[in-house]
Every structure is written in structure tokens, then in C-alpha cells.
Write a protein that binds this ligand. Sequence first.
Ligand SMILES: [Zn+2]
Length: 253
Amino acid sequence: MTIYQPDMSLKAKLRRRIVPFVARRVLKPKLARPIVSFSFDDCPKSVIENAIKPLAQENWRSTVYIAMGLCGTTNHLGLHMSADDVKALHEDGHEIADHTYSHIDAMQHSSKDFLADIEKNQAALNALNIPASQTFAYPYGQVTKDLKFTLATMFKGARGISSRESIEDIDLNQIRANRLYAGSEYEKVMNQIENIKNKPGWLPIFTHDVRENPSQYGCTPAQMRNVIKAVKSSGAQVLTMADAINHLELANV
Ligand SMILES: [Zn+2]
């Protein structure tokens, strides 16, 4: 199975370095209590049993960045959720958010085509009686300056994939989030949860498949349970991405 990789040319790398500094929408919240947001991308079905269920046991809700075109398909992340699964998660109070319909790379498509693909995803969600998405996540974390401007008018926030320290300023147009992937990224997330106890900030976390023998973009059920346990003992409040942004806007200084 060939796994799609974003453009690694020098030109693409330079663009990637510049984009975080343009079209910013910055928040500098002062928080008394840390916030953690769990998000799941694409989205593999294994997440329901191995992540959403244990989160729900704590009465916590997550954000699911769904690319509706992947529903029912199988790839390197395993089988993806069905449309009924997505609808059930919405009914259980999870935030169903946008990740384009076809899971396309922003740097490889015109803004027009990219926006049309978002519209297609929104129409698919609308057909399930799921309201318009409040937040967005860039597939592969690939962002362009034009889209940063445009998506700022469409969504409360747009998430990338670069990891962040919880105390940094927040750019709502390219929210930095931490990978919960098996391996060293897992240790990093555990350390960051430890750190937010003393320096309250926002820690958005994301992953893909959650199963035994996960892909390199996912984690194991045991790792997920450990992260949940650590978040619980940190005293952080757990909010969806959209709820966290509402909270951060009120705490902005
Ligand atoms: Zn994705």
C-alpha cells in the first residue's frame, strides 16, 4: 500500500516555514486551569472502541476531524467509520469537524478546488443532520497563506499538526497540536501533560488509529488509557476544540 507523502522539495519546505508567520489570528489567554482537547483525524473506526469509549467514561467529549470520502474505506489506518458511526458520535455530543471530503493536500490543489472539497464534506454532514463544522484540520498539516485567510472567515479555528508547547501564543488559523503517536511522540505528550500542571495552557492532542499494532500515525489502546489517566490527574479540563476556543477567547488578555 502506498502511503501519500506531502511534497518534501526545498520550495515546499520554505513555504512551510513562512506560512506560520502570515495571516495569523493570535490569542494569548491567561488560564487558571489547563485545557486538553482530544482530536481524531480521518477517522478510523478503532477510535470508537479504544479512545472515545474510555473518554466517555470520564464524561469527556472529543473532536472528530472527518473526511466523509473515507467513510467505510480501509487504508493503512485500518477500516474507517461509517456515516452512521459519525452520526452516533454527533448525537453523543462529540464535535464533528471538517477535514475536507477527499482528504486532499492544500499545497497540491488550487484554493478553489480545496474549498469545493470542504463544501462537499459539509454537504455530506448536512445530509446526516449534523450542523456546519466550527473547526477544521488541514490534511497532512499542509497549509497555504490564501487558505489561512479564507478559512478564518469560515471556521472558529483551523488545526495543523506541528507540536506546540502549551504556553505559546495560539494562532487560531494554524493551531499547533501534539501528535499522540506510538514511540517518542507518546513520551512527549506525557511530558507535556505533566508540564501543564505548573504552567496552565491549552494542549490539543491528535492521533489516528488506536489499536494494537497501530500505524505510525496512531497509538495503542494502552497508551490512550495512560494519557487519559495522566490528563485526569493533571486537573485539566477536557474540552472539544470548538469549546476550548470559546473558553480561550474569554480568557484572552
Ligand atoms: Zn488526516
